[in-house]
Design a protein around this ligand. Structure first.
Ligand code: ADP
Length: 391
């Protein structure tokens, strides 16, 4: 049998063994192997963790020990430690024990040195990471499931919004046809039987009831049309090819502002634009993001005070952060997360729109590894922050 301290002087042996004795009392399995792959020592924890007797292991070559989850793999760590300085780590995953259970361990190997500092073997300790590995696998499974469900949802959204379009166009078209025919019918009846009793009855039907119904159908289909267009836009974003490039945000924001020039003048809004850092993102999509944010800042301005909209930016770590701020009506804290949900509108009657603008903005930002968040106070205004990879 191999002694732990073979080849050392008497004093060295004593102090080395004392040091190891202390370390060996720790509650994780531990073993010492010399550079010829002989197992020199194991602690009690090692024997209990792997249900092995000390005499079955100590004195054997590590690659001969097949029943345990560990020693037969130590060969590689000895080679690593001998070939390079420092410490070496590896994982043993789902190793089957004698009782059939599976365990995973993180093995940390450190050089075991003789009195002259020369490496004479390795000390390995084993941290049980079975639960961690199980959790990692579960997370992987959940992520894969989530990606699959997300794809399914995208496909349903696309098919639904795309395929609903043509029947809707038919309804709108034939409704308009009905409206024209109705007018023709009304004037024909008017000419032929202007004094009959029948005319008294059908006149209000032709001139009011049916046109009002047709009007409702047309305005509902127009609403449905814009909802479907919004859905289609959201679903297309999921598939859109993203072309990141270095964006001159000063120029991009100037373009966005000129697109809103009319409304800015009409509402007499004071605009303040600071110096903006560049970023790496898709020009068209980012254009859409800031158009939507500016659009909202103008739309939800408080008509009772001078409207102010500020656009500013700064760099943080490796991201560029932008802020679109207004002194408008603000958003109460309980609604602040909901505004990013599909079709969410705080007050649909008061403002035109489909409640899709911020859903689209968030999708675009998510797809470009950025983030969007907001700070707002009712009656004071809102700040929408967007972070994007810096350039
Ligand atoms: P839309 O403006 O078409 O209704 P959005 O998705 O852009 O849809 O916004 C969702 C809701 O968030 C709006 O209906 C509004 O209530 C609120 N909102 C968005 N931006 C602002 C803002 N700058 N100030 C106040 N409320 C806002």
């Amino acid at each position: 049998m191999y002694g732990m301290t073979e080849g050392l002087s008497g004093a060295d042996k004593k102090s080395k063994n004392e040091g190891l004795d202390q370390i060996f009392n720790i509650s994780v399995p531990m073993c010492v192997i010399d550079k010829d792959f002989n197992i020199l020592r194991v602690n009690d924890r090692f024997c209990s963790a792997f249900s092995m007797k000390r005499e079955e292991i100590v004195g054997k070559k590590c690659y001969e020990v097949r029943q345990g989850p560990v020693c037969n793999t130590s060969e590689c760590s000895i080679r690593q430690i001998l070939n390079g300085p420092g410490h070496y780590e590896y994982e043993i995953t789902d190793k089957k024990l004698l009782d059939g259970s599976k365990v995973s361990y993180l093995v940390s190997a450190h050089p075991y040195r003789g009195s002259d500092g020369e490496i004479i073997g390795v000390v390995e300790n084993f941290t049980n990471i079975t639960e961690l590995k199980r959790a990692e696998k579960e997370l992987e499974r959940i992520n894969a499931e989530l990606a699959r469900k997300n794809k399914e949802l995208q496909d349903v959204l696309y098919v639904a919004s795309h395929d609903l379009r043509s029947p809707l166009v038919n309804i709108q078209g034939f409704c308009k046809e009905l409206d024209y025919s109705l007018k023709d019918l009304a004037s024909a009846i008017d000419e032929k039987c202007s004094h009959s009793d029948v005319m008294e009855k059908i006149k209000p039907i032709l001139s009011e009831d049916i046109p009002v119904s047709i009007g409702f159908i047309l305005s509902s289909t127009a609403k449905m049309d814009s909802l479907i267009s919004g859905l289609l836009q959201v679903s297309r974003l999921g598939h859109a090819v993203i072309n990141p490039e270095k964006l001159d945000m000063q120029a991009l924001i100037s373009g966005v502002i000129s697109g809103a020039e009319f409304r800015i003048k009409e509402k007499d809004i004071k605009l303040e634009i600071s110096e903006l850092p560049s970023c790496m993102a898709d020009m068209n999509l980012i254009n859409q993001v800031f158009s939507n944010l500016l659009d909202n800042a103008l739309k939800y301005i408080d008509p009772n005070r001078q409207g102010i909209v500020r656009i500013s930016g700064y760099k943080k770590d490796n991201m560029s952060v932008y802020c679109v701020e207004d002194n408008g009506i603000g958003i109460a804290s309980e609604h602040q997360q909901k505004v990013f949900e599909m079709f969410y509108q705080f007050d649909p009657a008061a403002n035109p729109g489909e409640g899709l603008g911020l859903t689209i903005v968030r999708r675009i930002i998510d797809r470009q590894k950025g983030e969007i968040w907001l700070e707002s106070e009712p009656g004071k205004g809102s700040r929408f922050f967007v972070s994007l990879p810096g350039a």
